[in-house]
Design a protein around this ligand. Structure first.
Ligand code: HEM
Length: 400
């Protein structure tokens, strides 16, 4: 391939808009792009190509730990081999299976009662505040913290203190000394929780993970700590931002909000369609893989061994060969096929049932308790976060 890679991302996204250039690119197949940092990559926007790239026998992550990973920034700091995201099968499979055993749909369903209780409690506060209440700070910021703390068995009164230390440890403006202090405080806290449960198991997911066995195999102490932190990092901001953009989408599409309230039995299909339609991850922030061998893609293009592919799953979700009229939200699609918002393949989101539960309960409860819900400001005044890696909202006042 002699052509120079196209500079990518094409532009910073505005709100939930999608750059029309993707449609033209999808027609072409896979295209060579150059992100601000790292080696060139192949951009994937078709379902057929995403399926090829999610085959872990031919694509992996481990290889990238010694390379300049294409991205928005230099990701040296996150090239930690023990991170689940950086592993390849078979070592990935082992930890992944142990974690997945704790996150089965049935186990998540058992949590519905207490997640609903937190949802109601936070919505009580919104109701007490009255119209103008900010959904993001009063709800979206809080529910995932309470739920993750519940999973890890962190007492409710300690949940926000724990979150504060994690925020300090990952804030770029924190001094190196304070970062170390914050990191050690959170790790000591998690180690303490694990030690307590070894002596006295409880019914939270952390206990399930501690007990998890796979043919006699068990998670080592440091693997458990690392997994607990991965769950927090993987599950907090993602859910926060998705809660915001889901409610924003419903408020800015009143016909769909009405449809959802009038057809509660169609809730599953409606939420699935919102997961598909909302382009959650900003361009260039999706996750890629390295080819372990030469691979031919759907347009006949060969990706050579050692080259990188970037799967823009928000754009894959708009592939017209799979979803007719893909830019339209349609809660009644004839074939509501599985979307890629939690990606596909070996690394697909292990916490997705947890995320789905929180968003479903939030939307269902809002529809029941606040049927006249609307934005309290014009849609164009809802502020999006310019720094988040997913499309995220900073402030969204509501009225009812
Ligand atoms: C709206 C919410 C969420 C979204 C959009 C989301 C999205 C994703 C995506 C796209 C991946 C795949 C990354 C890759 O290809 O490597 C992923 C992986 C992961 N997610 Fe989520 N996630 C969400 C919520 C959660 C929650 C609630 C948890 C935990 C409680 C969680 C834990 C994880 C973990 C541990 C992985 C790594 C899996 C692996 O490498 O095998 N996520 N998530």
């Amino acid at each position: 391939m002699s052509e120079a890679p196209i500079p990518y991302p094409f532009a910073e996204p505005s709100r939930l808009d999608i750059d029309p250039r993707y449609a033209a690119i999808r027609e072409q197949g896979i295209v060579r792009v150059q992100l601000p940092y790292g080696e060139p990559s192949w951009l994937i926007t078709r379902v057929a190509d995403a399926k090829i790239a999610y085959d872990f026998r031919r694509f992996g992550r481990r290889y990238g730990l010694t390379r300049a990973i294409p991205g928005m920034h230099n990701t040296e700091a996150t090239k930690i081999p023990s991170l689940l995201l950086n592993m390849d099968p078979p070592e990935h499979t082992r930890i992944r299976q142990l974690a997945a055993g704790a996150f089965t749909p049935a186990r998540i369903q058992e949590m519905e009662g207490w997640v609903q209780a937190f949802t109601d409690e936070l919505l009580d506060e919104i109701e007490a505040h009255g119209p103008g209440a900010d959904f993001i700070s009063m709800f979206a910021h809080k529910l995932p913290v309470l739920v993750l703390a519940g999973i890890l068995g962190i007492p409710k009164d300690k949940a926000f203190e724990f979150k504060k230390w994690i925020d300090v440890s990952s804030d770029s403006s924190t001094s190196p000394e304070r970062k170390i202090e914050a990191r050690e405080t959170t790790l000591a806290f998690v180690r303490g929780l694990i030690a307590e449960r070894r002596v006295k198991p409880t019914d939270d997911l952390l206990s399930v993970l501690i007990e998890a066995r796979d043919e006699g195999d068990k998670l080592e102490e440091e693997e458990l700590v690392s997994l607990a932190m991965a769950l927090w990092h993987g599950g907090f901001k993602t859910t926060l931002w998705q809660l915001g953009t889901t409610v924003y989408t419903l408020m800015t599409h009143p016909d769909h909000w009405r449809d959802l309230k009038e057809n509660p039995d169609n809730m599953h299909a409606a939420l699935n369609e919102l997961w598909r339609w909302i382009p959650s991850f900003k361009p260039g922030r999706a996750f890629g893989f390295w080819a372990k061998e030469d691979v031919i893609f759907s347009d006949g293009q060969v990706v050579k061994q050692g080259e990188h592919v970037l799967i823009e799953f928000g754009m894959v979700n708009r592939d017209p060969s799979v979803w007719p009229d893909p830019d339209k939200i349609d809660f009644h699609r004839e074939k509501p096929l599985a979307h890629f918002s939690f990606t596909g393949g070996a690394h697909s989101c292990v916490g997705q049932h947890m995320a789905r539960l929180q968003i479903r309960l939030a939307v269902e409860t809002l529809a029941r308790r606040f049927p006249n819900l609307a934005l309290a400001v014009p849609a164009e005044d809802v502020q999006f976060d310019p720094d988040s890696f997913m499309r995220g909202i900073l402030k969204m006042p509501l009225k009812w």
